[in-house]
Design a binder for this molecule. Structure first.
Ligand code: BGC
Length: 754
């Protein structure tokens, strides 16, 4: 009430103040000095604070379905700008009341698939297409990409993130940012920082060493921010070492701006952070999506002197600098009709390169499209394009695997097809009843896996081969349940077992396709499959992509952006991550939230110990547990073979030029990925056995063709953060540069003295 009085007072004051300057790129300081305190606060507190404040927009008045806005101040020519979710595409409402048109956005492949391409040029193209939709639908900033590290396979948002490795994450994020921003729209790389679990996400305190922060959990962001200058950054919901991520001045001001030179604006995650003044003081400029109470708190803190006008003005300046870059400010009139067909082709190209062939015994794949296939698994008929929550996209369609196979020319086994047609129709009704009332962020109910014994037996006679799809979908607000999401269900295991028995008895091959947003357990069943294809959630064109790889029309070239361990318990963070919460209520986000300060009562919920330090993913496995790996980081098969030779490591300005010649020695065209790891002396500094320092993907090489892949390794990328002196230090000594196919591959080696 009081706020609406204050807000009305601001509004009432507007005509009197109407003589102010009109915002231009070159008069930001002048505009700031003409702004009232109330106007400054309303600019920093998002659109939800302005509901009572007519004339200053909110998301309903911006783009329907957008996540929020930055308030405009008409008397000073400051337009309202619109912020909408990513990262797998633009998230806005597909339909509008009273409007016949539709506003679908392309459902691109999830972030984890994009990093699996190891092809930053391709990711940039995805960004260009995505950014075009941002522009043409009238949005100014897309809330993505997500770049958090895959610390543990059970994190519910891993699909929105790229990798367990900061270099691969940072480079992929940089490419995405460049692509999107080439359209003259902004990005918001998120969630900054050390935000690796969803349970109790608004209050969990991540306890992380300074070295692990610098080398892993900040490094990913540092690379992307230095390389691609995102217009904005979104801070995360959690605390880090007792300080809220959105209220951490040392990181948001000293490191981010002071050390890395970031010049953009920082916003909170939606409802994140507790103290409005603390956030702005730290350098978290915008409090999103805003509320009247936050507006009130911010105003009060300037009035009582707890927040200085200087800090407030710094944030106002950064937000105005963002606004003058926006399409809205430039007066761009969106067409509201981006070329979704052209973007579907980009989606397809990206997905084609991100699918990973994990196993292919006796060349089970490719399987000619002239064959008859028995298609098992409910997910084959209900393909998963992406995850849930704010990372979801309202896409126009999803090509499932049945449709994809038909498009590729495969005949489907009639018995299996008829069985699933009837079963899926029943299940669809049941799921609709349950999903109808579910909040948007909860896992959606899906068809239960079945084991149609007779159908399996018959199809083993009539079909040439079997494909089984296993699916997993999840998202924001929850981490994954170890038993029900990471492990395969009894039905799924039985389906694989029975199909494999029946088909192998007839000398026919079985392929398992993993249509998942994060890793599942594989060790217990993998020997029953002849081939395993990890297709992630490959966007709206998923079924077409998978079919083209199964048939050999496309040669797989995806490589793992994380390690597949033998079992969950071997994960370096297994002892320090919430594992089983199947019996708890769904809304884990807010579980045990205590406002305003972290508390340390329940481990893995109130606080999480990052005890593995820098030994995340392959850094751990290569150093301490070589045998704990089913598929190493960087791994991926091809339908062709490559021979590498002539590794060169030459000193260049500011680093080393590494090159290796790759020759396609097989019978079909293909692309290969060269990964450059470095083994450091590690005499005075504890160092992992090897760390990825560069990578490159070859162009498509025809059989017999050779290509020299060149990769630049910057000098400073070899340094470690030495906590004793609080500095980046490169220890002198002999370093081994290793050009390898994956983190476990011996590779080609060259020693360099530094
Ligand atoms: C998510 C963000 C998202 C925001 C706006 C939050 O719940 O954590 O990733 O951008 O909502 O929808």
């Amino acid at each position: 009430m009081l706020t609406s009085i204050i807000l009305s007072a601001v509004l009432a004051a507007t005509p009197v103040l109407s003589e102010g300057p009109v915002l231009r790129e070159d008069n930001i300081k002048e505009v700031i000095s003409a702004m009232t305190l109330e106007e400054k606060c309303i600019l920093l507190v998002g659109g939800n604070a302005a509901k009572a404040f007519d004339g200053i927009g909110n998301s309903e008045k911006g783009v329907p379905g957008a996540a929020g806005t930055v308030n405009g101040i008409p008397r000073l020519g400051i337009p309202q700008i619109v912020l909408a979710d990513g990262p797998a595409g633009l998230r806005i409402s597909p339909e509008r009341e009273g409007d016949e048109r539709t506003f679908y956005c392309t459902g691109f492949p999830i972030a984890t698939l994009l990093s699996s391409t190891w092809n930053t040029d391709l990711v940039e193209k995805v960004g260009q297409a995505m950014g075009n939709e941002v522009l043409e639908y009238g949005v100014d900033v897309i809330l993505g990409p997500g770049a958090n590290i895959h610390r543990n396979p059970l994190c519910g948002r891993n699909f929105e993130y790229y990798s367990e490795d900061p270099l691969l994450s940072g480079e992929t994020a940089a490419a995405m940012i460049k692509g999107i921003q080439s359209n003259g729209v902004g990005t918001s790389i998120k969630h900054f920082f050390a935000n690796n679990q969803e349970l109790n996400r608004l209050a969990n305190d991540a306890i992380v060493s300074e070295r692990a922060l610098r080398e892993i959990y900040l490094k990913n962001f540092e690379i992307a921010i230095r390389k691609a200058a995102p217009w904005t950054i979104m801070t995360s919901y959690n605390y880090v070492n007792g300080i809220h991520a959105a209220e951490n001045r040392r990181v948001l001001t000293d490191i981010l701006r002071g050390e890395w030179g970031f010049e953009g604006a920082v916003m909170s995650d939606w409802g994140g952070g507790y103290h409005a003044d603390g956030m702005v003081r730290a350098g978290n400029d915008m409090i999103q999506p805003g509320s009247e109470s936050r507006y009130k708190a911010l105003l009060a803190s300037v009035k009582d002197g707890s927040l200085s006008m200087e800090d407030l003005d710094n944030s106002v300046e950064r937000v105005l600098k963002l606004i003058v870059k926006s399409p809205k400010f430039r007066g761009y009139v969106p067409s509201e009709a981006p070329d979704l067909k052209a973007h579907a082709a980009v989606c397809r190209d990206a997905a084609d390169e991100g699918v990973i062939l994990l196993k292919n015994e006796m060349a089970a794949l490719p399987l000619g499209a002239d064959k008859k296939v028995a298609l098992f698994g409910v997910t084959s008929y209900d393909f998963i394009a992406g995850g849930t929550g704010s990372g979801d996209v309202h896409r126009p369609y999803v090509v499932d695997l049945k449709e994809g196979l038909a498009n590729a020319g495969y005949a489907l086994d009639e018995g299996v097809d008829a069985f699933y047609a009837e079963y899926m129709a029943q299940e669809e009704e049941r799921c609709k009843r349950i999903n109808g009332s579910s909040p948007w962020f909860i896992d959606r109910e899906r068809a239960i896996e079945v084991v149609p014994v007779e159908v399996i037996e018959n199809s083993a006679v009539s079909a040439d081969a079997a494909f089984i799809t296993i699916g997993r979908v999840f998202g924001e607000g929850k981490d994954r349940d170890y038993y029900h999401s990471y492990l395969l269900s009894e039905n799924e295991l039985e389906l694989i077992e029975r199909v494999s028995k029946a088909f192998h008895a007839k000398g026919k091959k079985v392929t398992v396709i993993l249509n998942i947003g994060g890793l599942v357990e594989m060790t217990s069943w993998i020997d029953k499959a002849d081939a395993v294809l990890l297709c992630w959630q490959s966007g709206e064109e998923g079924g077409n992509t998978v079919a083209s790889i199964l048939s050999g029309e496309v040669n797989p070239s995806g490589h793992l952006p994380m390690t597949v361990s033998l079992s969950y318990d071997r994960e370096p963070s297994a002892a320090n991550f919430p594992k089983i919460f199947a019996d708890k209520p769904f809304n884990y986000s807010f579980y045990r939230q205590v406002k305003g300060h972290p508390h340390h009562t329940v481990k893995d919920i109130d606080y999480t110990l990052y005890d593995e330090g820098i030994y995340v993913g392959y850094r751990h496995f290569c150093t301490f547990d070589k045998k704990g790996v089913l598929f190493p980081f960087g791994y991926g098969l091809s339908y062709t073979s490559f021979l590498w030779k002539g590794l060169k490591v030459e000193k260049a300005e500011g680093g080393w030029n590494v090159s290796v010649t790759v020759r396609n020695t097989g019978k079909v065209s293909g692309k290969d990925v060269v990964q450059v790891y470095v083994h450091a002396p590690g005499k005075t500094l504890d160092k992992p056995e090897r760390e990825l320092r560069g990578f490159g993907k070859t162009p498509l090489l025809a059989p017999g063709e050779e290509y020299t892949q060149e990769i630049f390794i910057p000098e400073n990328s070899l340094a470690s953060f030495d906590e004793r002196v609080s500095e980046w230090v490169t220890e002198p000594g002999r370093y081994t540069f290793i050009a390898a196919r994956n983190a476990s591959d011996r590779g080609l080696k060259k020693k360099v003295k530094i």
